[in-house]
Design a protein around this ligand. Structure first.
Ligand code: PBG
Length: 334
């Protein structure tokens, strides 16, 4: 790439390329149109029947019981959204320190996967693999007596959990826990059990972030002690994210996640430079809450800001974006 321009004004007038919409389109580096096929819609499922409760810190986003979730999905599927990420709200009495409920074949998430795939066989369903919905303390793994999150013991549980979800019909298994070696263990278990086409979307570069607060409210999985810095990445590191991505590629991941999204566009860009796999950006709950609350206060033009942020994810190098705005973006386009 040419980096030093010798020809200066008036030989170079960059505004020549911006003089009108038609010339601007010649100068476009990516398409300015938001492709709905690039969006993944995250949804929260809860127990019960005919239940729909709004998440206080995420106005417009709900937890649904399975029956109402199917109705919601019918609506979004018609809008052209054909990929969802599913997160379960587990009842407190089913949580414990060993997270057995995580690999109960009839737990809420597996029931929901079966119901969704029965109704919408072609819908691409991404199932989250991590223990935080199932532990009382809200950590993504089980811990020892000193409250240290145990790696290998946790991975064993994650493998069982992933197999249950593959069995239930999940198309993509998405480990979001940041334990070492879990992608390889899950990949080997999937191969051995004949789930050869089940994909793994690894949350490779997942940061210990303050932007997950509203999600934890949604799940009731707020931390009872400590923080997640002994397993998730520190926001001050970028090379370490590259290391995690390369390791996960070697372990057999099919897709790579960077999370959160907007404050981490540099990580998305780096990921796209070192990896031939699709990079998925997760624009997390706190990002939604920021945009939504500013919009509700009339501080910014919601559609303009949200669509811009999606294009920025694409420019930075992400193939697809998980966003709570997916349904709204599809509605705006209608
Ligand atoms: C849990 C998980 C989290 C999110 C997705 N999976 C929270 C966390 O790691 O603490 C956050 C998503 C969001 O904030 O929208 N493994």
């Amino acid at each position: 790439m040419q980096t030093n321009f010798n020809a200066s004004f008036p030989l170079n007038r960059p505004r020549r390329l911006r003089q009108n919409k038609i010339i601007q389109s010649l100068n476009a580096e990516i398409s300015p149109i938001i492709e709905i096929s690039r969006l993944i819609y995250p949804v929260f499922v809860m127990e019960g029947q005919n239940q729909k409760t709004e998440i206080k810190s995420m106005p417009g986003i709900y937890r649904f019981s399975i029956d109402l979730l199917l109705k919601e999905l019918e609506e979004v599927y018609k809008l052209g959204l054909d990929k969802i990420a599913l997160f379960p709200v587990i009842e407190p009495n089913k949580k414990n320190n060993t997270a057995e409920e995580a690999y109960n074949p009839d737990n809420l998430i597996n029931k929901a996967i079966r119901a969704i795939k029965k109704e919408f066989p072609k819908l691409c369903l991404i199932a989250d693999v991590a223990l935080d919905p199932f532990t009382m303390h809200g950590h993504d793994g089980i811990c020892d007596e000193k409250n240290y999150i145990l790696n290998d013991e946790t991975v064993q549980i994650l493998v069982k959990m992933a197999l249950c979800q593959a069995e239930a019909g999940a198309d993509i298994i998405a480990p979001s826990d940041m334990m070492d070696g879990r992608v390889l263990q899950i990949r080997e278990a999937l191969e051995k059990n004949n789930f050869k086409n089940t994909l793994i979307l690894s949350y490779s570069a997942k940061y210990a972030s303050g932007f997950y607060g509203p999600f934890r409210e949604a799940l009731g999985s707020s931390l009872q002690f400590g923080d997640k810095t002994t397993y998730q990445l520190s926001p001050i590191n970028a090379c370490e994210a590259e290391k995690e991505i390369l390791l996960d590629i070697n372990e057999g991941a099919d897709l790579i996640m960077v999370k959160p999204g907007l404050p981490y566009l540099d990580i998305i860009y780096r990921a796209s430079q070192i990896s031939h796999l699709p990079i998925i950006a997760y624009s997390v709950s706190g990002e939604y809450s920021m945009l939504k609350s500013a919009a509700l206060n009339g501080y910014l033009d919601e559609r303009k800001a949200v669509e811009e942020s999606i294009l920025c994810f694409r420019r930075a190098g992400s193939a697809a974006i998980i966003t709570y705005y997916a349904k709204q973006l599809a509605l705006w386009q209608k």
